[in-house]
Design a protein around this ligand. Structure first.
Ligand SMILES: C[S@@+](CC[C@H](N)C(=O)[O-])C[C@H]1O[C@@H](n2cnc3c(N)ncnc32)[C@H](O)[C@@H]1O
Length: 475
């Protein structure tokens, strides 16, 4: 997996990630990029690696990737802020040594150009062929045309503008033609700044951009270009650190070129597949697959495993089926209309179950998930083989209920159940014994075979989700 780049000296990167995903990023950069000097911040991971830039751009757990320019302690600003002092602190902290900026420019150009020369010829040829195919198929199905356009977009990163170059509309994987040659054209840039905490009370984004912009153009001859710059210098100013970087791709890494319609965040879907520890030859089930994002992320990563997705909603299954076809994974991902309360497969027949239960506005459902959870869990547990993993993404509320279900004994008092809705627990009668008066036996699943491994809280954008992992320990 780990390929050295043409240049063996490591580059220092950072990537952003959704809250809670940091450990997945740390593990992925360590495993795939042999990364070292890893620093984990909330929502970001800094690392050094000599891996080829194309491998770095293939990270699945990260949202955006940057070349790290500077990581410093927080700005020392005191209230009330004097504008001259603010400008001086900004310059000394953020600009610092100019040599650092010129060498960052060279590194960026080298990274952008490292694969360009080798790929330019074949890329141009491939582009021509795809354009011809699109043209020829204009009377064919929209899907075929869109699929080809999407494929072109995946590789269409930078547009050569004759010596200078600008970022194109889709920029995963390939780089600017001739970008490795140090251009005599001034480097064009704009600044994107995010201030948070008390820093945002002392400083405006405009102030930071003005001070940085004036310094870089005055001292380095770089050219401010707000509309179409070569680079966007990204600045994070927080109470605990300052971070400056240059994005290495225009679109987030999290935008997958192989997914047509996005369901669950691709990074989270990938993380769920990671937690499931899928092996070659494994059969993986997503019994509420929606648009199939988890299955697609898992199948992209695990080329020798098979996947089955179930859903009760025809529209979701249609989208999943389009997504699977789009990703060209139809030979390994199979879809079926079925309810997770009655999974149509034999006991102990799958190696892993991964499931993102409906919650939130996007995927809310009319079904009462809380009421169905015991049966859903029982079915998942039934089809899982001993030793297999169960990975669930749930709302915080369902997560509490899940924990209760998996820790409580299997009987409850009729009285308390009537009063409190199946929450109050008493004792469990011994086998063969009639339950005492007031106790009723539930058609409760044998969930005790599920051994808890981990619970993680993750940001899903506007809401949080809880990721649980269990291993089935017995039949
Ligand atoms: C949160 S969504 C899954 C989203 C999916 N991970 C994706 O990325 O597109 C939950 C899915 O569960 C499905 N669902 C709800 N109740 C179900 C049931 N009883 N059996 C099977 N699927 C069900 C819904 O139709 C919905 O597609």
């Amino acid at each position: 997996m780990f390929n050295k780049s043409n240049d063996a000296s490591p580059n220092r990167y950072f990537c952003t990630n959704g809250y809670g995903m940091e450990q997945f990023v740390v593990d992925e950069v360590t495993r795939k990029l042999a990364a070292h000097d890893i620093e984990r911040l909330q929502g970001k991971v800094l690392f050094s690696s000599s891996a080829h830039i194309n491998l770095v751009k293939e990270l699945k757990s990260a949202e955006r990737l940057f070349l790290l320019m500077k990581r410093d302690s927080p700005l020392q600003l005191s209230a009330p802020a004097n504008p001259a002092r603010v400008a001086s602190v900004l310059k000394s902290t953020l600009i610092g040594d100019l040599q650092q900026w010129t060498s960052a420019e060279m590194t960026w150009r080298r990274l952008q150009g490292v694969v360009a020369d080798k790929e330019n010829e074949s890329e141009a040829e491939e582009q021509r062929t795809m354009e011809e195919e699109v043209f020829e198929e204009e009377n064919g199905s929209d899907f075929q045309i869109m699929k080809k356009r999407r494929k072109m977009d995946c590789g269409d990163e930078y547009v050569d503008t004759g010596g200078d170059f600008i970022a194109g509309k889709h920029d995963r994987g390939k780089t600017a033609p001739g970008a490795n040659r140090h251009s005599s054209v001034p480097f064009s840039f704009r600044i994107s700044c995010k201030c948070s905490g008390s820093v945002s009370r002392h400083l405006s984004v405009q102030e930071v951009s003005k001070v940085l912009g004036t310094s870089l153009s005055g001292q380095l001859g770089w050219k401010v270009d707000l509309r179409n710059p070569q680079i966007e210098i990204t600045v994070y100013l927080r109470d605990d650190y300052c971070l400056l970087g240059i994005p290495l791709t225009r679109l987030p890494l999290a935008n997958r070129c192989y997914i047509k319609t996005t369901g669950l965040r691709s990074t989270v879907a990938w993380a769920m597949a990671e937690l499931a520890q899928i092996q070659s030859g494994s059969l993986v089930l997503d019994p509420m697959c929606g648009m199939g994002t988890i299955l697609i992320e898992a199948a992209q990563e695990h080329k020798l495993a098979g996947f089955l997705g179930l859903d009760i909603d025809d529209r979701q299954l249609d989208k999943a089926s389009e997504n699977v076809a789009f990703a060209e994974l139809g030979d390994r991902i199979h879809l079926l209309k079925a309810s997770t309360t009655n999974i149509p497969i034999p006991n102990a027949s799958v190696d892993a179950v991964v499931c993102d239960l409906p919650f939130g506005r996007k995927f809310g459902t009319k079904t009462d998930m809380a009421a169905s959870l015991p049966l859903i869990l029982a079915e998942m547990e039934r089809v899982l083989r001993v030793g297999g993993s169960l990975v669930l993404l749930l709302s915080p509320q369902l997560s509490c209920l899940l924990k209760k279900l998996l820790t409580q004994p299997q009987t409850r008092t009729e009285d308390s159940a009537n009063k409190q809705g199946a929450q109050e627990i008493t004792s469990t009668p011994t086998q063969g014994e009639e339950p005492p008066m007031g106790l009723m036996t539930e058609p409760r699943p044998p969930l005790s075979s599920l051994e808890h491994q981990a619970t993680l809280r993750l940001s899903l954008g506007t809401i949080d989700g809880l990721l649980h992992k269990y291993i089935k320990t017995q039949n």
